[in-house]
Structures are given as C-alpha cells and as structure tokens.
Design a protein around this ligand. Sequence first.
Ligand code: ADP
Ligand code: MG
Length: 278
Amino acid sequence: MTIEALDISVIRGRTRLLDGVSLSLRAGELTALIGPNGAGKSTLMACLAGGMTPDRGTVRLDGRTLAEFEPDELARRRAVLGQNTAAPGALILEELVALGRMPYRRSSLRRQNLSIVAGAMEQMSVTHLVGRACCTLSGGELQRGHLARTAAQIWKDDGGAGAGFLFLDEPTASLDPAFQWHVLREARKLADQGSGVLLILHDFNHAALTADRIVLLNRGSIVAAGPPDQVLTVELIAQVYGIEMVRITHPQTGCPTLLPAAPGPGQTKMRHRETSHA
Ligand code: ADP
Ligand code: MG
C-alpha cells in the first residue's frame, strides 16, 4: 500500500505553493512533515490525501490516480484530520466519532460500526465524554474526538485499528503535554499495526522520537528527507528556520534532540536582545 506524489506543483497566481515535490508514503511507516509556517505543509498533505488536485504532477494510491477513486472508496483508504477542524456544536461526541463510519454505510462492515466507534473512543481516551455536545468540549477534548473519528474511518475489517493512511495536520496543537504524547504514541501504534501515517508537526523532538522518516519542507520544496538524525541537523535547521539550536543525544533512546542555543556566551536566559546588551 503506497501513496506516491510525483513531481507535484500547486500554483496560485504567481506563487508556487508546491514546486515539484515527490514523496512516497508506505504502509507501516510514520513520516513527520516539518517546516516553517507557510512552507506548504498543509497544501502537500491536501494533495497527498486527495483534498486538492495539484496543477502539475500526479498522486497515486496503489498505482491509481486519486481522481479514479469513488469518494467512499477513497474515504475507506485514508482519513484526514485538518488544521482547526470545526464540528457542529450540537453534535454529541459519539455522533462525531460515528461520522468516521459514513464511508461504510453501504458495506458489510456497517453492523460493526458501534463497536468500532467504541474502540476508537477508547483509543483516544474520550469514552468518559460520551453524551457531551461538541460545543461543551475543550479544544483538546474535541481534538481527541476528531482523532477518534479519523481512527474509526480506517479501522481494519477484522476489528483492530490500523489500516489505510492517516493524515494528521498538527494533531498535537491544542493538547497538553500528556495528551500530546498520548496522540503521538497512538499514531505510532497505528503505524506499527500497518497504517501509513503522515503527521505535520512543529516540535523537532516529537518528530525525532516518533517518526521513521522526517520530511523538511521550505517554500514549497523538500529540503531534506530521511531518518531523524539526517534531517535534524543544526545546519539544516539554521538554514531553514534561521534559528540556532544545539543537538544532543537523547540519553535513553539515542535520538537526536534539539535545544535552543544560549543567546550568547555566559548567558543563561533568553532575554530580548536589547535587554541582554544593557
Ligand atoms: P503550512 O501548512 O506549511 O503553514 P500552507 O500549505 O497552509 O502552509 O500554505 C502555504 C502558503 O500558501 C502560505 O503562504 C499560504 O498563505 C499560501 N496559500 C494557501 N492557499 C492559498 C491560495 N489559495 N492562494 C494564495 N496563497 C495561498
Ligand atoms: Mg498548515
């Protein structure tokens, strides 16, 4: 199972939001997509997931272009959680999660829907919120509800989680640190169970600790792609983000870990430059 973008470009006016990007996503692999604000990450995710058609190049899922799929068929193969996804406020949580099963309404899997919805809610730790209207949920609780909906959408035929592709755009954005790790671990688990997962993240260390591969995008082009230790170099981060980091090795995992560099010799606090020179 593969999703393959070949030389795709997205052009709006005179701007190339994506400029000749090629990228393959494979089942069982977790890829983290990083890059500055406006780099084109959400645009690339939309093209890979079929929400947007690139102006040039093609995206294929198992050899077929995305346009060849019926909407329901595509929806059973991949689930997407966009940035700032809203939910109708009056919807109760389990109805939101059950929306993930809409693509199966005409299939034999329909009978299993209730147990799948329950399993996905369990997986994202929202079972205690059953019966609550979406408008009463905190940002993080709603985010976990959406994550349960996307997990339910690609739930395997035999009842377990983890088939198809999962696209999550900044899934940790509104979560506290405990739930950030919860979501990252669940995303990792889905990849280990056979899903292909693409996560847009801003935290280098989250990416290093969870991803098999990191793709660094800048101004619509891939600057680097590979295992975390090849992409998370101090040089590449300085080149793309213009920030100075120091790299250490995580004492337990051996993963590269990036920390902000000290602002100057002997300085221990990140003060505003004018203050620090006063
Ligand atoms: P990212 O997710 O990396 O922050 P996006 O993919 O959302 O970036 O957007 C990439 C760039 O394209 C941004 O600068 C954004 O303002 C711009 N952009 C997005 N959609 C359009 C559009 N329809 N017309 C013009 N510019 C757009
Ligand atoms: Mg974005």
